[in-house]
Design a protein around this ligand. Structure first.
Ligand SMILES: NC(=O)c1ccc[n+]([C@@H]2O[C@H](COP(=O)([O-])OP(=O)(O)OC[C@H]3O[C@@H](n4cnc5c(N)ncnc54)[C@H](O)[C@@H]3O)[C@@H](O)[C@H]2O)c1
Length: 357
């Protein structure tokens, strides 16, 4: 059956890298016979300009009815102090699609380990995944108060919210090196005490997976001193936001890093919604329109979509091998120290794919 993919190109370099991702999708689909149609929808600043809001109802409707959503990037300097901002669309679509699990793989390509701010021997072989709870915690808790001399944010978690993200992390660890590091601040926070209790409870169903707990401050240090010890890190929304940005500098460029966000599976009890795939970087206004954006994070997001939403692990692996090969051969955009354009890197990935039997 034809799979419906909604694309949200957004702002800045968004349309350039979306174009690259779709070229690679087309090439791999020719190889594997993957049958799909694209429904491009306005989102972010591009949607504010036309519809006055970053997530118009028609975009949300299309996303809810899709089999998967691909997002490039949103945001532009002109909205910085605006009342309606592109970023509001991002929070809204995550909440509307119930995307509670944000997955960020952190890998360092051997040919690029010299780009990391850490010493080569510390980063060579890094391969871990951060699983961040995305729809609960302090970003959504009420009450929220801002007065001249007084402000309140509220951190709220239910055991169910913790249970489903912990289950996701243990299941993922089973497909990897079978180790989960759960991050909290249980020496201070009540929500973290509940977090730890629930994670330990869920662990009882996964005796084949090793569980360790880290306080968030300690985890932040280990990410720099010994990042290779991690396999799957699971944590709440705020800690995950900070730790995943810290981890994202390890590979040396934001332009290499894809992500996935999942809710309840489509077709599961209670309905379910499509997953959303996007690079972790923003709209890079400083290089927008120059044709030099690194398309690989977007291309690798397409690979994650094929594997995780459509179960096509062959297509995912093909794209990952193609990007590995292009990086090894030194066809690099300026963020990686090269001088290739977005189009040249994309062309090299497509050419590699087309050359495979
Ligand atoms: N998910 C999203 O869409 C998302 C995420 C983060 C920031 N933003 C928005 O993006 C805008 C710019 O934010 P920022 O500058 O802090 O972050 P950014 O990620 O856009 O850029 C940070 C730096 O990394 C570079 N960079 C990022 N992606 C690149 C790529 N693919 N290839 C080469 N270089 C790349 C940029 O040129 C810039 O120097 C803001 O409006 C921000 O709110 C959006």
């Amino acid at each position: 059956m034809t799979k419906k993919i909604v694309t949200l190109a957004g702002d800045g370099i968004g349309p350039e890298i979306m174009d690259a991702g779709l070229k690679v999708l087309e090439a791999v689909a020719k190889k594997t016979g993957f049958d799909y149609e694209i429904d491009a929808q306005p989102f972010g600043g591009a949607a504010i300009d036309v519809f006055g809001e970053p997530l118009p109802a028609k975009t949300l409707n299309a996303a809810k009815n899709a089999d998967a959503v691909l997002l490039a990037a949103i945001g532009a300097p002109k909205y910085e102090n605006a009342k309606i901002r592109p970023e509001q669309g991002l929070l809204a679509i995550r909440k509307e699609l119930g995307l509670f699990a944000n997955i960020r793989p952190i890998r360092v390509h051997p040919a690029l380990s010299h780009l990391s701010p850490l010493k080569v021997d510390k980063v060579k072989g890094i391969d871990f995944v951060i699983v961040r709870e995305l729809t609960g915690g302090i970003y959504f808790g009420e009450p929220r108060v801002l007065e001249a001399e007084h402000a309140v944010d509220t951190n709220v978690y239910s055991a169910d919210e913790i249970r489903r993200i912990a289950t996701y992390a243990f299941e993922l660890a089973r497909t990897r090196r079978r180790k989960v590091t759960s991050v909290d601040k249980q020496n201070v926070l009540a929500t973290s005490k509940l977090w730890r209790n629930v994670v330990e409870d869920v662990h009882k169903n996964y005796p084949d997976v090793t569980l360790e707990h880290q306080l968030v401050d300690s985890c932040a240090m280990i990410l720099i001193t010994d990042p290779k010890r991690f396999d799957v890190i699971v944590t709440e929304n705020l800690f995950g936001d900070i730790l995943s940005d810290e981890a994202s500098v390890l590979p040396g460029s934001l332009g290499l890093m894809p992500s996935a966000s999942h809710g309840a599976r489509k077709g599961s009890a209670g309905g379910g919604n499509p997953s959303l795939y996007e690079p972790i970087h923003g709209s890079a206004p400083d290089i927008a329109g120059k044709g030099i954006a690194n398309p690989l994070a977007m291309i690798l997001s397409v690979a994650m979509m094929l594997g995780q939403s459509f179960g096509d692990l062959t297509a995912q692996k093909l794209i990952e091998s193609a990007t590995d090969s292009v990086l090894t051969s030194g066809i690099l955009t300026p963020d990686l120290g090269g001088n290739a354009s977005t189009e040249e890197v994309t062309g090299a990935v497509v050419q590699w794919l087309m050359s495979k039997e």
